[in-house]
Design a protein around this ligand. Structure first.
Ligand SMILES: Nc1ncnc2c1ncn2[C@@H]1O[C@H](COP(=O)(O)OP(=O)(O)OP(=O)(O)O)[C@@H](O)[C@H]1O
Length: 605
């Protein structure tokens, strides 16, 4: 808080917010983001460098330093458009010397001329700017967005809101700017949550560049980490031992009648573990009747009622095994955190929650974030795209008790991919009808790009290893042509394939970094990781070295079950391809590949 003598300057800070809002509104047609607009209070008699909400407080010397350190944001044309806009919104005023309260005994009252003397003159400033090292320009989206996006960063919403749209349409960017806007205006932090554990670090780094003071008031966090933190605040803890969780399920499955049922269409234990994680526990079901009557959204493998009973028994046996081993699973963490927030709401004071990639969350995770966001306007924003959902088992917002009616917005302009990459990726999923979380069926994929680039390289090879070597050849050529290793990423379906790709790259002497360790800081190494880890990220060159045109069928797999796996797989490749900004390289394993090959990891040739 800032004080003038004994008086709080809260009203002045509110006025500063209003000034920023007026400028943001007046300049919205230019696409200028509100985070690019700031208020500086310059002090003639103090040496100070501090921030209070949207206001920067600077002494005369610090003012020059601060201006010279600002990143380059505008082209000449943009600078002149912004400056004429500002002149219109804030016409120059005749300044009169400030009327001051009685000056401190040792100082005489300052006149306007004194202030002019103390504040840096324009010549001094120009010299300082010329002497300073030219600052790097920052990325254009940090300053300018589409006017529609800018509006979404500031719209007043009376309840939960949603922004959806295909890949690369700037949903996260809207979320980041909205987070910074509110972070500067609230004493409580904003939560920016995502299912992917590594994304928050990347977003935190971007937010720091967009607005350093705002970034200190935004908590970028993975949803499970957030749940653990909330439990800690409430003095609770859930112990999770992943190995014991696997053992608990393995034992429950081995004794399950479901395993021997002749009427189930899928005999992969993973499928039934997911049924627990996403459909039963993930939806917070507490009684068999609920499960018996449930529409299993997104699950195409039918389940007759006798098998539902067997499934429920499997779930109970799993719970018992967890209890015997003294461990919980990740859903227990979320369920307990949701309860803790409901029980002790006053412990959790947040200005709001922004959820990125909402389609990846299960129902209880979204409910947890919803209670955490509290009631009131502008408390919750959901960002996502149903076509990028790569986890099984969906739900609708109404099941989660969230209503976004009248506050749902769609973005369609793709800013990331070239039109050629977007066309290749979209072709994979364009005909897939998906049930959106708002409960409607989306049967058309709408996204357009005006960026033009080369045709993606799409080819076939006998096996994953050969294709990986071909991908590395392409990387080497691109590197020789001037592309940094740091602009390339190789994405695989499994962690095992990612490890194999890393080993192959290292054998060829190419520096690598695992996506698990990537924190959004530029590093001169090829990024390697699973497609799921790459969600929300982007790279100039993307390599997908071991794709399948048609997934091999599993033993006794029915059509519906197979189709469920295929559509998940198509969505995963769509996510992977839309990570590429400029160059996409996709290698498909020849159709002849066997099921055994797939299950062993496609790169083992
Ligand atoms: N108005 C804009 N002008 C220029 N670039 C933009 C604009 N909006 C977004 N971008 C850029 O487009 C890319 C995609 O943006 P973003 O990651 O926000 O999209 P998204 O919709 O969240 O994508 P996805 O769903 O695929 O993760 C980023 O590089 C971002 O900086």
């Amino acid at each position: 808080m800032v004080y003038r003598g004994q008086d709080s300057c809260a009203d002045d800070l509110d006025n500063a917010d209003r000034l920023v809002d007026a400028l943001a509104e007046g300049l919205e047609h230019l696409g200028l983001t509100s985070t690019a607009i700031g208020v500086v209070w310059a002090f003639t008699a103090h040496s100070v460098d501090a921030a209070a909400r949207a206001v920067r407080l600077l002494g005369a010397t610090e003012l020059i330093e601060w201006i010279t350190r600002l990143p380059r944001r505008f082209s000449v044309e943009q600078a002149s458009a912004v400056s004429s806009g500002v002149a219109e919104i804030c016409p120059a005023m005749e300044a009169t010397p400030p009327t001051r309260r009685p000056a401190a005994r040792h100082r005489r009252a300052e006149t306007a001329a004194d202030i002019q003397d103390v504040l840096p003159g324009i010549d001094e400033l120009v010299k300082a700017l010329l002497d300073a090292e030219l600052t790097e320009p920052i990325e254009s989206w940090m300053t300018f967005l589409h006017p529609e996006q800018v509006r979404l960063t500031r719209t007043h919403w009376t309840g939960p809101a949603r922004v959806r749209g295909p890949a690369g349409t700037g949903k996260t960017v809207v979320g980041l700017h909205r987070a910074t806007y509110h972070a500067l205006r609230s004493p409580h932090p904003i939560i920016f949550a995502s299912f992917v554990r590594t994304l928050p670090r990347v977003f935190a780094e971007l937010a720091r560049i967009v607005s350093e003071p705002a970034s200190h008031n935004i908590h970028f966090v993975g949803v499970h980490q957030l749940a653990a933190e909330c439990l800690q605040k409430a003095g609770e803890h859930v112990h999770i031992d992943s190995a014991k969780v696997d053992t608990a399920f393995g034992l429950a499955w081995s004794r399950s009648e479901l395993k021997h049922s002749t009427s189930i269409a899928n005999h992969s234990p993973m499928y039934w573990k997911e049924e627990i994680d996403y459909v039963i526990k993930g939806r917070g079901l507490t009684g068999f009747e609920q499960y018996r009557d449930l529409h299993r959204i997104g699950r195409k493998t039918p389940l007759r009622s006798a098998d539902r009973e067997r499934m429920w028994d499997l779930y109970l046996a799993y719970e018992e095994q967890l209890g015997l081993r003294g461990t919980g699973d990740f859903n227990d963490l979320i369920l307990r955190a949701r309860e803790a927030v409901r029980r002790y709401p006053s412990l959790f004071q947040y200005a709001g929650v922004i959820v990125d990639e909402v389609q990846d969350l299960n129902l209880i995770s979204l409910q947890f974030l919803d209670v955490l966001s509290g009631d009131g306007p502008n408390r919750m924003l959901l960002l996502g795209d149903s076509r990028q959902s790569v986890y099984p088992g969906g739900f609708t917002l109404s099941e989660a008790g969230i209503n976004v009616a009248g506050r749902a917005h769609v973005l369609r302009e793709n800013y990331r991919n070239t039109a050629q990459i977007l066309a290749t990726a979209s072709a994979l999923v364009a005909d897939d009808a998906v049930l959106d979380i708002e409960g409607t069926v989306e049967d058309r994929l709408e996204g357009t790009s005006t960026r033009v680039g080369g045709k993606p390289t799409v080819l076939s090879g006998p096996d994953g290893k050969t294709l990986s070597s071909m991908a590395i050849d392409d990387m080497t050529t691109a590197h020789a042509d001037g592309t940094n290793w740091g602009n390339m990423a190789a994405l695989t379906r499994t962690t095992r394939e990612a490890r194999q790709m890393m080993a192959l790259l290292r054998l060829r002497g190419i520096p690598t970094v695992s996506l698990t360790d990537y924190a959004g800081v530029t590093i001169e190494a090829v990024k390697v990781g699973t497609i799921k880890r790459a969600k929300g990220l982007e790279f100039s060159h993307v390599y997908l070295p071991a794709l399948h045109r048609e997934l091999p069928r599993q033993v006794n797999e029915t059509d519906s079950s197979y189709e469920e796996r295929r559509s998940l797989y198509r969505r995963e490749i769509y996510v992977a391809m839309t990570r590429a900004r400029d160059h996409l390289w996709a290698g498909y394993i020849d159709e002849k590949s066997t099921e055994a090959e797939l299950s062993r990891g496609s790169m083992l040739a």
